[in-house]
Design a binder for this molecule. Sequence first.
Ligand code: ZN
Length: 193
Amino acid sequence: MNALWLDGLWDRGWYRFARRLDSPNFGVRPEGTLIDLVVIHSISLPPAASEADYGGGYVQQLFTNQLDWDAHPYFESIRDQKVSSHFLIERTGALWQFVSCQDRAWHAGQSSYTNKLGVTKNNCNDFSVGIELEGVPGEIFKDAQYESLSSLNAAISHICHGLDFVGHEHIAPGRKDDPGSGFDWSRLKRELG
Ligand SMILES: [Zn+2]
């Protein structure tokens, strides 16, 4: 029996304080899955050259299969990709949700995670929650993003116990580099208490 995610913070896997925008890109988690991982990502479409370039709404379009692949030359490199994440936190701290946490979002791809007991599991999408921070790998993130992330992590911890927090770069090394060196892991750990 998978977790029900139903309380004052959650409605069947949907966080009550996020803006909901349903993605068709998800599947069911394997029966009996214990969610023990949060995967932190970063994403920027197209990759922002300056702070003014963020917030164009293209990530939301990508996750809902609404992106016009011809709208920017960069989009050619991701043409026809069907992906999603449970959450996106924009530079402003605005929090979006695309897939219920009861379901499996398509954020990690080919991946492998070794837990604190030394047990290695592949296909991290099966047992993780994916959170995208709007940003370019290697650059720093905004206070407003850490604040939203902190509240969200506390809410997820309400349902899932013994969570570990990793970057996409840690579960798909050599293939992925997000969120990158600009993400403050010590701040995350501190805010998790
Ligand atoms: Zn990623």
